[in-house]
Design a protein around this ligand. Structure first.
Ligand code: B12
Length: 640
């Protein structure tokens, strides 16, 4: 008897360890062994597999494990669960609650969603995973079909997070809102937002989400009662009034409306102030810390500028004239100190064979990933490829911006690992880094070959005044510094940076991740301009702002950030004011920090990440105008 008890305890520990080690085969083997030895399958899941997952999750929260580790552990947990769950159902163990999970329509981010799914599965839920970019109706249909106990929606982007409200509205209309719990989450979601749209809750991470969900479903009435016709009819009546109050406003194209307003203003008044320096002189001077009339300002307005033409996003991204006109008119009407030619993050992966989806009000995303690493072949960079067309469109834009506006044009393309994750899917690559590192390294090498050719073509064609590379994956929250170096950094350092040196070009990085491995990406790379985002809530994980970064890197690198890009979506009077206030604050605070560090102009006021393409342009204008209005006097007063 005692022996059986110890044997069971031993198997449970081994199951937990197999999950911690991310060993699928062992988890499977131990699951069979547990059944053979008569271990209760429910016990094996909860106290074996799920406990292992909780251990890894805890390590992740403490910064001791990273996303690839979590994903592998999750794979091992599912491998064991596939064997144990059917036995548990056979034995009639506790009825499993059913959860429907997905990332909302328009949003392809799925790493966080997958972690939430794993933790809910570990918490005993049967999870139906609808994937990413899930159509609104699909959540409702599936919840109805499966008489779900909970819906879990993720949103990583402010531009599409409003689609979650639409799901809840349909649940209300159909009278089934109270038949289940609704939980939402993702970086931009706050508690106020969740309760405002009628969700039951939100949580900052997967562990808390699962803990809450397990308790919340216990509050639900028995399934038959809450899914009965009577209950549904009552639900329809209950929400009729609430829904009627929501004003049904026709969708206004805020981008177009504000672009027209700015154009009209410009035509009648012209550019407001007479500037002492040209945009090119100001930007170049700031990069080398020379005297300026005011610090340069460029909220990362890229695709959103298409509204001045106007053209669709697909045209902006694929048609040379549409791109050139957007860059030109946007830079002219908004009086920008530079323009960065970011079209989307899939130009290089598209050339490797990845399919691209072009929504109108959102940035394009890659879909239809390649399955086999063996199928990856370095494309020829020639006419007809997106890379080549990007260089040619950039060249025209550069000539026009330089000649007619004295505005510098910064070319933009993806780095090696970003190309690979776009091509194969991020989760997949992150896991393969641990299970088949050599295969991944070979694939990164192929991406590096193409990315290097593209940088070279930019320089050979004189298609930009400087070139910016999106090296996104240097993220503390996702990957350790060693892994970042091994799978991206080393390739950039050994192969791409020498090309920049050969052409005597500064290396420029854009990275909007939460908490970046700055030492590698700035000091080791010798980066001259770094565009970064700052997340207050990720401060403990390593997110840093100008006050941290200028003292550390100001001598070697010009930093460029950090008014939150999300703010630019709110074109109301209050929203515009918020952008103005935050810009003013940043300007007033950056200058003394520069001075304290013996610098006078080495900072560019920006937005840390691209301005969402479906937003208004008045907020972009507000940021530029504040710097133009207050900058010269502050510059004189503080710098002398
Ligand atoms: C990795 C990444 C990508 C990868 C995604 C790969 C993938 N398969 O997921 C790629 C390169 C594809 C990508 C693309 C884009 N991205 Co991106 N990306 C990121 C980045 C750096 C990290 C996201 C991440 O995986 N974090 C790690 C995971 C573990 O965290 P998480 O997702 O937040 O999940 C945790 C919690 O939020 C919570 N949680 C998650 N879901 C749920 C659900 C519930 C119910 C609950 C309770 C909790 C919960 O638990 C999770 C685990 O603990 C973020 C920066 C950031 N701060 O988020 C930008 C970011 C999300 N991206 C952004 C942008 C703009 C884009 C692009 C538009 C870029 C472009 N110009 O093309 C495209 C999107 C295209 C599209 N239509 O979707 C912006 C969004 C800004 C905005 N408008 O709101 C961000 C915030 C960067 C920024 N500073 O602006 N991106």
């Amino acid at each position: 008897m005692l022996e059986a008890f110890f044997m069971a305890a031993d198997i449970l520990n081994q199951l937990a360890e197999a999950v911690v080690d991310g060993d699928d085969d062992l988890a499977e083997e131990l699951a069979y062994k547990a059944l053979e030895e008569g271990v209760d399958p429910y016990d094996a899941i909860v106290n074996g597999l799920a406990r292992g997952m909780a251990i890894v999750s805890d390590q992740y929260e403490k910064g001791e494990a990273f996303v690839p580790h979590l994903l592998l552990a999750s794979g091992a947990m599912y491998a064991g669960m596939d064997i144990l769950s059917p036995e548990m159902i056979k034995e009639g163990e506790a009825m499993q609650a059913v959860g429907v999970i997905g990332t909302i329509e328009g949003d392809v981010h799925d790493i966080g969603k997958n972690l939430v799914k794993t933790m809910l599965s570990a918490g005993g839920f049967e999870m139906i995973d609808l994937g990413a970019d899930v159509p609104i109706e699909k959540f409702v249909e599936t919840a109805k079909e499966r008489k779900a106990d909970i819906i879990s929606m993720s949103a990583l982007m402010t531009t599409t997070m409003t689609n979650m409200e639409k799901v809840i509205e349909i649940l209300q209309e159909e009278g089934i809102r109270d038949s289940m719990k609704v939980m939402i989450g993702g970086a931009p979601v706050s508690e106020e937002y969740a309760s405002g749209i009628g969700a039951d809750s939100t949580h900052p991470d997967a562990m808390h989400a699962s803990a809450w969900a397990s308790e919340a479903v216990k509050e639900l009435e028995p399934k038959a009662a809450r899914w009965s016709e009577e209950k549904i009819n009552l639900g329809k009546i209950k929400y009729r009034e609430i829904l009627a109050k929501k004003t049904v406003s026709d969708k206004v194209d805020v981008g177009l409306e504000t672009a027209n307003k700015i154009k009209e203003e410009f035509e009648s008044i012209g550019v407001k102030s007479k500037e002492e320096m040209t945009h090119i002189d100001r930007t170049i001077s700031a990069m080398s810390d020379k005297k300026v009339d005011h610090l340069p300002v460029y909220p990362l307005a890229c695709g959103v500028l298409r509204k001045f033409v106007p053209v669709t996003y697909k045209e902006y991204a694929t048609n040379e004239d549409a791109f050139v006109q957007s860059a030109y008119l946007g830079s002219k009407y908004l009086d920008l100190d530079m323009f960065v030619g970011l079209i989307d993050l899939s130009a290089t992966s598209a050339d490797f064979g990845c399919k691209i989806k072009y929504p109108e009000d959102d940035t394009p995303s890659s879909e239809g990933h390649i399955k086999d690493y063996e199928k990856i072949e370095v494309p020829e960079l020639k006419e007809g490829t997106r890379g080549y067309e990007l260089v040619m469109a950039s060249k025209k834009a550069k000539e026009k911006l330089n000649k007619e506006l004295n505005t510098p044009f910064v070319g933009f393309h993806e780095g090696p690992l970003l190309t690979l994750t776009q091509l194969m899917g991020a989760d997949r690559v992150l896991m393969d880094m641990k299970t088949q590192p050599d295969v991944v390294l070979e694939a990164v090498q192929k991406c590096t070959d193409y990315v290097c050719q593209l940088s070279e073509l930019f320089f050979n064609e004189d298609a930009c005044d400087a070139l910016c590379i999106d090296n996104l994956w240097s993220n503390n929250v996702i990957m350790s510094e060693q892994d970042y170096w091994k799978f991206d950094g080393k390739f950039v350092y050994d192969q791409q940076i020498p090309i920049f040196k050969q052409y005597n070009q500064p290396y420029i990085i854009h990275n909007c991740a939460d908490a970046v491995h700055f030492e590698t990406q700035i000091r080791k790379f010798g980066t001259a301009l770094y565009s970064y985002a700052y997340y207050e809530k990720s401060r403990d994980k390593g997110s840093q702002n100008y006050a941290d970064l200028i003292p550390k890197y100001g001598d070697m690198c010009c930093m460029m950030g950090e008014v939150n890009p999300v703010e630019f979506m709110d074109g109301s009077a209050a929203g515009v004011q918020k952008v103005k206030d935050d810009t003013k604050n940043l300007l007033e605070n950056v200058l003394p920090v520069l001075k304290e560090n013996g610098l006078q102009s080495k900072y560019i006021l920006s937005s840390g990440c691209e301005i969402p393409p479906g937003g208004p342009l008045t907020t972009v204008q507000a940021m530029v105008n504040v710097v133009k209005e207050l900058g010269p006097e502050l510059q004189k007063n503080i710098m002398g």
